[in-house]
Design a protein around this ligand. Structure first.
Ligand SMILES: [Zn+2]
Length: 385
């Protein structure tokens, strides 16, 4: 992914750090400065942020590894200052599976909170263990920090270090569970909500309802975030709002595409270009404006490549009329069967960036599908979506 740094690969999944993650270090420095922390204190604070993002990373692995059980691979995991994103190839469509993949992340934080609590019990005894519990309670109840500093001064234990940050990390994991379970689609809680709805009303309708609720909560996040000066919350709200909309559009389009097959979009009449023809031919065809992408054949009439609009325009700019088409053609043509579902055709055109596909019927070339045809189709069916 652009603007990110690859950290390592674990369980076969690359972990990337988004550039804006550097802001966390600046933030830690600033907090350290504002609270008069010494170098060691600031180091502890940074260590705490690292541990926090370690927990976020494990949360994402919870999603990724559960998805893998259902045959869904994860492209990568990206860590950003507002959280982690496991980029799954797709969401499993069986509601039960989506439910389990979504809930696996927060479950990791439940386990971490419990594990850290008992680890603390193992490390700290007596008065220190009492202090551990006291800090835990104070953080759970959101009570004032000044008070806690006094208690630290009285007990003579520094207000940084493991005894201070471990209970804070326990509480942070609990907060991660609670926050992620808010039913703001596409956050985890929203995915769980969609999965539960989808068991009753079908995926398209369920996504629509979940997306509405997600957008409503997202607006609340933005308003409260700006009101309270919690800009992270406002940013998350913005992110939730836009992804809720786009995921809804995607699911609707998916269901539209699945109702059609390649033959519904195929154009049976098309110009066959030959490798050693001059570029003059496609240039004048493009000028007529009826066809923009072409299939290219060799002298034995075998399909060998494609010629895309962008290549023709490049030739036109250089006034390259008498160069052979072979110089501008792209080898390898994707061939689809006429019974192929349109969602696969969409994938080949939009995600893989092929401009034109060949459609076969009983082993014979029956027509083409190109970007232009697809855009037309989507526009015509805009209301069905
Ligand atoms: Zn999650």
């Amino acid at each position: 992914m652009r603007g990110s740094l690859k950290l390592f690969t674990w369980f076969g999944i690359p972990v990337h750090l988004h550039w804006s993650f550097g802001l966390i270090f600046l933030y830690a420095l600033w907090v350290g400065y504002a609270n008069n922390l010494d170098a060691l204190g600031t180091m502890w604070l940074m260590g705490f942020f690292m541990a926090l993002f370690g927990c976020v990373l494990l949360h994402e692995y919870g999603h990724a590894l559960t998805a893998r059980r259902y045959g869904v691979q994860t492209q990568d995991i990206i860590l950003t200052p507002i959280g982690g994103i496991a980029r799954l190839e797709r969401m499993p469509e069986k509601p039960v599976q989506e439910f389990l993949v979504a809930i696996a992340g927060p479950m990791v934080n439940v386990v971490l909170a419990i594990a850290l609590f008992f680890l603390g019990k193992l490390i700290f005894q007596g008065e220190r263990w009492e202090l551990f519990n006291w800090i835990l309670e104070q953080n759970l109840l959101f009570t004032g920090e000044e008070e806690s500093v006094d208690v630290f001064e009285e007990s003579g234990i520094p207000s940084s270090g493991l005894l201070f940050y471990m209970p804070v990390l326990v509480v942070t994991n609990i907060a991660l569970v609670v926050f992620n379970l808010i039913p703001a689609f596409p956050m985890d809680g929203g995915r769980i909500f969609r999965a539960l709805l989808a068991m009753r009303m079908g995926r398209v309708r369920a996504t629509q309802v979940a997306s509405w609720l997600g957008q409503a909560i997202a607006i609340l996040f933005v308003v409260v975030g700006l009101w309270q000066g919690a800009f992270t919350l406002a940013l998350i709200g913005l992110f939730v709002f836009t992804t809720a909309r786009s995921e809804n559009a995607m699911v609707r389009m998916d269901s539209l595409l699945r109702r059609f097959r390649a033959r519904d979009l195929m154009r049976p009449t098309f110009t066959r270009l030959v490798l050693n023809d001059w570029m003059q031919t496609p240039i004048s065809l493009l000028r007529q404006g009826l066809e923009r992408h072409f299939l290219v054949f060799d002298m034995e009439d075998r399909l060998v490549g494609t010629l895309e609009e962008s290549a023709i325009i490049a030739a036109l700019r250089k006034n390259d009329l008498s160069t052979e088409i072979s110089q501008y053609a792209k080898p390898n043509v994707k061939v689809v069967h006429e019974d192929e579902n349109l969602d696969y055709v969409y994938h080949l055109l939009q995600q893989q960036g092929n401009s034109i596909l060949a459609v076969v019927e009983d082993g014979n070339l029956a027509g083409v599908i190109d970007q232009v045809g697809l855009q037309n189709f989507l526009r015509l069916h805009a209301e069905d979506r």
